[in-house]
Design a protein around this ligand. Structure first.
Ligand SMILES: [Fe+2]
Ligand SMILES: [Fe+2]
Length: 165
């Protein structure tokens, strides 16, 4: 049996993950608009990953006989001052998502929901990676500063990312 509170919190998390996907897709559109197609490609992969996170919660609820109820997705920000500004935004957003995952973990513990806890273990680890990746790119962009060459090289590098299901 899955408790009502866990079901509600998991449904909320589906919304957070879909919003994450939407936010990164919006960042991809921004990067395309400033001709940084490698950065845009990276963000498009990121958006797909977030969609797959939402689906993990969707499937967990389905597997446990609970009802998925989708909510409205907020409009994401559409413009950033610079690549650094966008990646700082991504890093801040991932920290927010980590706080949400930790909150779910706490709730699962409180409700003695062991299947939820085991399920959430993957997300706890994933968030460590998500924060490390975003802050790593923020770091590189801070070092690149206004170097056009550095930006072009990083654009080429980030453009290599591929979506792995
Ligand atoms: Fe996610
Ligand atoms: Fe994420």
């Amino acid at each position: 049996m899955i408790g009502k509170r866990v079901v509600a919190a998991f449904n909320d998390q589906i919304n957070h993950e879909l919003y994450s996907s939407y936010l990164y897709l919006s960042m991809a559109a921004y990067f395309h608009s400033v001709n940084l197609d490698g950065f845009a490609g990276w963000m498009r992969v990121q958006a797909k990953e977030e969609d797959s996170h939402a689906m993990k919660f969707f499937e967990h609820l389905r597997d446990r006989g609970a009802r998925v109820e989708l909510d409205q997705i907020d409009k994401p920000k559409a413009a950033w001052k610079s690549p650094l500004d966008a990646f700082r935004g991504a890093y801040e957003h991932e920290k927010f998502i980590t706080s949400k995952i930790n909150g779910l973990y706490k709730l699962a513990e409180k409700e003695s929901d062991y299947p939820a806890k085991v399920f959430l273990d993957w997300f706890v680890k994933e968030q460590v990676e998500e924060e490390a990746t975003a802050s790593g790119i923020v770091n590189m962009l801070e070092r690149i500063k206004d170097s056009g060459n550095g930006l072009i090289m990083l654009d080429r590098e980030l453009g290599k990312r591929e979506f792995k299901a």
